[in-house]
Design a protein around this ligand. Structure first.
Ligand SMILES: O=c1ccn([C@@H]2O[C@H](COP(=O)(O)O)[C@@H](O)[C@H]2O)c(=O)[nH]1
Ligand SMILES: O=P(O)(O)OP(=O)(O)O
Ligand SMILES: [Mg+2]
Length: 209
């Protein structure tokens, strides 16, 4: 069974407080989402395998640690997941980027697919799927199913705010996928929005409301 890791680092918690405020501007919202993603990426990659490598310092020969060379990919769920890409890349600059386009049908809340473009070698990459909000879990589970159909094997899911319902669905549908969460909220309202949440992350990132 995969893990749910709640990132209780004070910097992450402080920045989540800022994005929850309804008067936070799109500019600051985008900046905070990016910074939170960077901090979450730092935490989520703490178990990446290292290998010993012989090098020479100006003083002598020694052994240092290097990342084992496992290739990575970041796959944002459009649109809102795009806001997390820059922060992730600040930590793992060599990662390739895939895109999965999904929107929620406002009536049924079911995810509707409109785009999918992944690195051709996705099957051999460690994949970090990003979406700031895990609500019903429909979008994230559908995106991960699409990735698995394309051959991806080692997948992690990164979200800033999750509902208990979303976490439960993720572990039920994809018991092999670790879920990294900035804050676990209380519940979903009748429109499928996370409470207290922050509203619609895509609209707040792109200023479309
Ligand atoms: O409070 C919310 C809830 C959802 N979103 C957006 O919807 C999807 C996730 O919803 P699921 O029900 O889990 O499919 C996510 O991509 C967000 O963009 C939101 O912004 N705020
Ligand atoms: O999941 P949605 O419908 O909120 O999509 P977007 O991220 O484009 O706002
Ligand atoms: Mg949206």
């Amino acid at each position: 069974m995969a893990r749910t890791v709640i990132m209780d680092h004070p910097l992450i918690q402080h920045k989540i407080g800022i994005i929850r405020k309804k008067d936070t501007s799109s500019k600051e919202f985008r900046e905070m989402i990016s910074e939170i993603a960077m901090l979450m990426c730092y935490e989520a990659t703490r178990e990446l395998p290292l290998t010993d490598v012989e090098i020479e310092t100006p003083i002598c020969k020694t052994t240092v640690k290097e990342l084992e060379g496992k290739k990575m990919a970041v796959v944002p769920i459009l649109r809102a997941g795009l806001g997390m890409v820059e922060g992730m890349l600040a930590m793992i600059p060599a990662a390739k980027i895939g895109h999965i386009g999904l929107y929620r049908d406002p009536e049924t809340l079911a995810p509707v697919e409109y785009y999918c473009k992944l690195p051709s070698d996705i099957a051999s990459r460690e994949v970090f799927v990003t979406d700031p909000m895990l609500a019903t879990g429909g979008s994230a589970t559908a995106a991960i199913t699409m990735l698995k159909e394309k051959g991806a094997k080692k997948i992690h899911f990164m979200c800033i705010i999750a509902s208990p319902e979303g976490i439960e669905k993720m572990h039920e549908v994809h018991p092999d996928v670790d879920v990294f969460v900035g804050a676990l909220d209380d519940h979903l309202n009748e429109h499928g929005y996370i409470v207290p949440g922050l509203g619609d992350a895509g609209d707040r990132i792109f200023g479309t409301k």
